[in-house]
Design a protein around this ligand. Structure first.
Ligand SMILES: [Zn+2]
Ligand SMILES: [Zn+2]
Ligand SMILES: [Zn+2]
Ligand SMILES: [Zn+2]
Ligand SMILES: [Zn+2]
Ligand SMILES: [Zn+2]
Ligand SMILES: [Zn+2]
Ligand SMILES: [Zn+2]
Length: 424
C-alpha cells in the first residue's frame, strides 16, 4: 500500500515536471515606429521587440504593410551570436544552435512613404514565427499605427464673409478658415485677403507731445489729430521749467541753482556756516573749532563761548596783587591785592642807619621789606621819631643833602672871601 502511494506521488511529480517543461510559451511582439506622423517621400523606421520567450532557437519575421502606401527600404537584425541570420526578399530569419531566451529588440526595418500615397492612418504589422526546434511558440503581435499627412499646398486666402477668409489645399482639398487679421483697431483692410472694413478713430482727450508739437492721438492706431506747435510759457528759471501752456510739455528744463556763499560766517552755539546769498540756504555748516579746552573764541568764526578755567592752587603775584593761573591755558585769574600783615621789624633803625620791617601777605605769603628811618631833626619831638616808610625817605634825604649843601656853600664863600680881604 505504502509503495503504491510513493509511486503515485512520483508519477504526479514527473507529470508536473513534464507539464511545466512543455508549458506553452507565448511571445509578445511590439512594433514601434520612430515617428507617428509622416509625409509622402519620408521614411519611418520600425523596431520589433520580442518579450516573454525563455527558450527558442529561431525567429522569422515578414513585415506586413499596405504596399500602396509604403515601399521597403531596408531591414537589419539587432541580435548577435547567431548561427545564421538573413534578410532578403522581405523575409528575415535568424537561427541559433541552442535554445536561448528573447526579451529584447530583435529586428528593425525602414519603410518609405510612396508619393501620392493615400492620406490618413495606416497599420504596419509583421508575421512573426518563433520556434524552439520543432516547437512553435505562439506570438501576439501588436501592429504599429502611422499617419500619413498632407504637406498642404494652400491657395491664397480669399474673403469668405465679414469675419473670415478661407484657403484650400490643392493636394488634399482641405479648406482652412480663419478670422480676418488687422494690424490695429483702426486698420481697414485685412492683412491676408482683400476684405476691407470701415472704422472710426478713437482720439484721446489728453495731449500727446514731442519736442515740436502736441496732438490728440487715436487710441487705436496712434493717428494724430489737432497737431500744433507748442505755445511756450514763461522762460525757465533756476527752479521752474519752461512748459507749453497748452499741453504742459517741458520745453526748457529748470536752469538749476549755484549757491553763492556769504563772505562771513553765521553762527550760534551749535556751529558756524555760510548762507547762500541767493536762496538763503545754510552752506558748509560745521562745528566750532577751539584749539584748547579753555579757548574762548572759535578759530574760524570767532564765536565766543563761556569757558571755565581750571585754576591751580599756586599763587602768582607782583608788588600789588596775587592771582592763580589756569593749568590748561596759563591765563591769569582776576587779581586781588595782597593782604599785608602788620609786619615784623627785622632791623631797628638808628640815627645813622635805616632799619627794616618785613611784611607778609596772609594769602600768598609774599614778603616785602620796608626801610625804617629815624627822624634826626632836633626841633622835632625828642621821643623816638615816628617810623616812616621808604616813600618819605627821599624827602628826608633831600632835606639833609640840601642842608649840607647850603652849609658847604657858606663855608666855601667864607673861605673865598677871607683871602680877598687880606689882599686889599
Ligand atoms: Zn493638403
Ligand atoms: Zn481676410
Ligand atoms: Zn485710429
Ligand atoms: Zn504743447
Ligand atoms: Zn542757493
Ligand atoms: Zn565757529
Ligand atoms: Zn584756561
Ligand atoms: Zn598776596
Amino acid at each position: 500500500m505504502k509503495k503504491i502511494l510513493v509511486f503515485a506521488l512520483a508519477l504526479i511529480c514527473l507529470l508536473g515536471i513534464t507539464l511545466s517543461l512543455g508549458a506553452a510559451q507565448t511571445a509578445t511582439v511590439g512594433i514601434t515606429p520612430n515617428k507617428s506622423s509622416t509625409y509622402a517621400g519620408d521614411s519611418v523606421t520600425f523596431t520589433v521587440k520580442v518579450t516573454g520567450v525563455s527558450a527558442a532557437k529561431s525567429i522569422g519575421i515578414i513585415p506586413s504593410y499596405d504596399t500602396s502606401v509604403f515601399e521597403l527600404v531596408s531591414g537589419e537584425w539587432l541580435l548577435s551570436g547567431s548561427a545564421m541570420s538573413d534578410f532578403s526578399g522581405g523575409t528575415a530569419a535568424i537561427a541559433y544552435a541552442s535554445a536561448r531566451g528573447f526579451n529584447e529588440n530583435v529586428f528593425k526595418f525602414t519603410l518609405r512613404i510612396k508619393s501620392g500615397a493615400k492620406l490618413g492612418q495606416t497599420a504596419v504589422d509583421a508575421k512573426v514565427n518563433i520556434m524552439n526546434g520543432n516547437e512553435t511558440i505562439s506570438c501576439n503581435v501588436s501592429a504599429a499605427k502611422v499617419t500619413v499627412a498632407c504637406k498642404h499646398s494652400y491657395s491664397a486666402w480669399s474673403n469668405a464673409n465679414g469675419s473670415s477668409h478661407t484657403r484650400t489645399c490643392s493636394l488634399c482639398k482641405n479648406v482652412e478658415t480663419k478670422n480676418h487679421t488687422f494690424s490695429n483697431a483702426c486698420d481697414t483692410s485685412c492683412n491676408d485677403c482683400s476684405y476691407t472694413r470701415v472704422t472710426n478713430h478713437t482720439y484721446s482727450s489728453s495731449w500727446s507731445s514731442d519736442g515740436a508739437q502736441h496732438w490728440h492721438a487715436c487710441t487705436g492706431c496712434g493717428d494724430k489729430k489737432d497737431a500744433t506747435v507748442h505755445t511756450p510759457g514763461p522762460a525757465a528759471t533756476e527752479t521752474t521749467d519752461q512748459t507749453c501752456t497748452v499741453c504742459g510739455h517741458v520745453l526748457v528744463s529748470a536752469q538749476g541753482h549755484t549757491h553763492t556763499p556769504s563772505a562771513t560766517y553765521t553762527s550760534d552755539e551749535t556751529g558756524h556756516w555760510f548762507v547762500c546769498e541767493g536762496c538763503k540756504e545754510p552752506l558748509e555748516k560745521a562745528e566750532h573749532i577751539f584749539s584748547a579746552d579753555c579757548d574762548e573764541a572759535c578759530d574760524a568764526c570767532q564765536y565766543k563761548r563761556t569757558v571755565t578755567h581750571t585754576y591751580g592752587t599756586e599763587w602768582y603775584g607782583d608788588e600789588q596783587s596775587h592771582w592763580h593761573v589756569c593749568s590748561i591755558c596759563n591765563s591769569a585769574e582776576a587779581s586781588e591785592a595782597h593782604a599785608w600783615d602788620e609786619g615784623t621789624v627785622t632791623k631797628e633803625p638808628t640815627l645813622d642807619f635805616a632799619g627794616e620791617r618785613v611784611h607778609k601777605c596772609a594769602t600768598c605769603e609774599r614778603q616785602k621789606t620796608v626801610e625804617l628811618i629815624l627822624q634826626s631833626a632836633p626841633t622835632q619831638d625828642p621821643t623816638p621819631a615816628p617810623i616812616t616808610q621808604n616813600d618819605g625817605l627821599a624827602w628826608w634825604w633831600l632835606i639833609i643833602v640840601g642842608t649840607a649843601g647850603i652849609a658847604l656853600g657858606f663855608a666855601a664863600a667864607f673861605l673865598l672871601f677871607k683871602p680877598k680881604k687880606e689882599a686889599n
